[in-house]
Design a protein. Sequence first.
Lengths: 194, 227
Amino acid sequence: MFLKVQLPWNVIISVEDLDAKGLMLQRSIVIRLLDDFACKKATKDLGYFLAVTTLDSVGEGKVRQHSGDVLFPVVFSGITFKLFRGEILDGVVHDVFKHGVLLRCGPVKKIFLSNLKMADYKYVPGENPVFLNDKLSKIGKDVTVRCMVIETRWLEAEREFQALVSLEGDFLGPVSQQVRHITGMSPRRCSLCK
Amino acid sequence: MAEKGGKGSSVPSKAVKSSLKSATSNGASAKGKDDGSGKPKKGRKVQFDSEGLGDGIFGFSSGGKADSLLNKLNLGKGGKGDKTGKAAKSSAPKEPLPLELRVEQELPKHAKCLMDCEATEILQGIQEQMVILSEDPTIKIPVSFDRGLQYAKNGIHYADPASVRRALEPLTQYGVTEGEICVIGNVCPETPDEVFALVPSLKAKKSKLAEPLKDVLAELVKLKKAT
C-alpha cells in the first residue's frame, strides 16, 4: 500500500555549500534532503522510500562545532510503499520452486507464496516449471497473481521487506497474463472482456 | 525481528524478541525436520531451506501466532511435511487471529494511506519532472521509485482519483477505515461479496454495509477507466 508521510529530518549542509544567497542555500538543502532520502532506501515503520513531494518547513540552522557544518531541521512530505498484513496485492511471479513461488510487488522483491497456501495448484516440473490447477489455471513465471498478505518481515541489514502471501480465499488467484499483455489490464478490469 | 507488540509492527504481539538471542543455537533442528511436538518453539529460526528454494531465501523467526502458521506451512527440509503439519495443527495451542487488515494500528504518526490511483497521479507528476531533474547529476532519485510507479500504474483502474475518493467517502460513516477504503479502491471489486471476501475485517459490519456498498460500487463502475 502506498503511504503519504510527513517526516522531520535533519539536513546537514557542509561549509562549502553554504552561500550568502538564500536561494542557493535552499537549493542545497533540497539536494541534500533528496540525497539522504534516496540513500535511506527503506525503514521498518514507513516501508520503501519512493519520492519526496514537498519541503514543508525549514527550521533555524545550528552550527556543528567540530565541523563547522550547519544542521537544518526540516519537515517534508513524501510517498512510501509498505505491505500490511491482510492487504491484497497483485504480485508478478519471478521464480518457481517445488514448494512455492516467489513474487515481486513494486519494490518488494521477495514475496513467497507457498504451495500449501495454493492448495488447488500442483507443481508441474520441467524446463519452465509451473503450478497448475484442474481448471488449467497456471501460476508460472511472469504471471500476475492476486493474493493476500499473511505476514511481513523487515530485514535490517538488507533494509528490505519480505512477505508471505496466500491464495486461500475467494477472488484470489492468477490474473490472465494474455489479456494483460494485450490491454495492459487484467480481464476482470478490462472493458473489452465484459 | 519486530519488537513485541506496538505500533508499526507487522508481526503479531507474541513475536519474538528471544528469537534474536537464540536464532542459531539450534540451527540444525531449525533446518531439519519439525519434530511435530506442537510446542511453540520460541526463538527457533525457521528457514525456507528445502531443495526447491536453494540457500534459504527466507527466514521468518517463529513464535506465537507466526509459529503456528509456520508449522502449518511445514518449513524445513524434506517432504514429510504432511505428518508434521497435522501433528502441529492438532496440538497448536490456539487458533491464530483472523487475517484482517489493521493498517491504522500499524501506521506511524503523520502517515496516511493512499490508493494506487492517487499514488500514480503523484508519482507520474514527479516522473514528468524527471527529465529536468536527471540533468542535474547532484539530484538522486530513490531506487524504489521506478518499481513503485510501475506497480501503481499496472493496478490503476480509475482516471480520476479525486472522484474515486468522493465515491468511497460515504463508507466512512459506517465505520470503514481509511485502510479498508484504500484496499477497496485498489482491488476494484464488482460485487459486495467480493469486498467482504477480500476485506474480511468488514464482515462484522456486513448487515449495515451491504446496501450502501452496492451504491458505492455502482458509482465506481461509472468511474472506471475506458480502454
